[in-house]
Design a protein around this ligand. Sequence first.
Ligand code: FPP
Length: 222
Amino acid sequence: MDGNGRWAKQQGRRRLFGHNAGAESVRACCEYAVEHGIRYLSLFAFSEENWSRPEDEVSGLMKLMFKSVLEERETFRKNNIRFRVIGDRSRLPADLLQAIDAVQQETAGHTGLTLIIMLSYSGKWDILQAAQRYAADCLAAGRQLPLDETGFGNLLATAGIPDPDLMIRTSGEQRISNYMLWQCAYTEFYYTPVLWPDFRKNDLEQAIQSYNQRERRYGKVE
Ligand code: FPP
């Protein structure tokens, strides 16, 4: 969800104004996903690297997350949305963690869209914590345990969630920026110059149309 800062700057406003406007795009994309039966939508809301942003921006973003999680409770209930947050919990404020846990629990039985907020997340962090868990399991077992791609995938923070089919990056940047590094092995990428606060249902539709025209060969020949 890139481009909030630039969008705010264009309006002569502070960066947090852009993040607030970005929350509206989150809503629009969730609505689209529900309307079109998309099973999983994950949003990169805050990276491990984002912790080094100015203190007021970080605390403003955490407050926005807190407010959004609580405000959307009713939407999740009405629309059968399962809410998940994935990332390094150790760095998140206690009140936000409490709100996240409550809403995750409340929506755990929902069977419609799974909405995943990647918060305090980075792809390298995820791979590292999976490797650490594997090492701890080996130590506990007193031997080297067998490990294959499926097994490693189950140690990642995204265990149980299918790898993304489509990754959309807004604001004209064309990088992965430490997102789901393992999980994006065969993901289709879509880049758009649209800044995140301007990204609405029609933009998501365009991205999906582009995806639908692609041929996915997974390294094989037709
Ligand atoms: C990146 O744009 C955006 C973020 C670091 C924050 C994204 C958060 C939201 C959209 C808030 C709403 C989220 C939820 C889940 C309710 P940037 O700040 O890097 O923009 P720039 O590249 O133009 O500076």
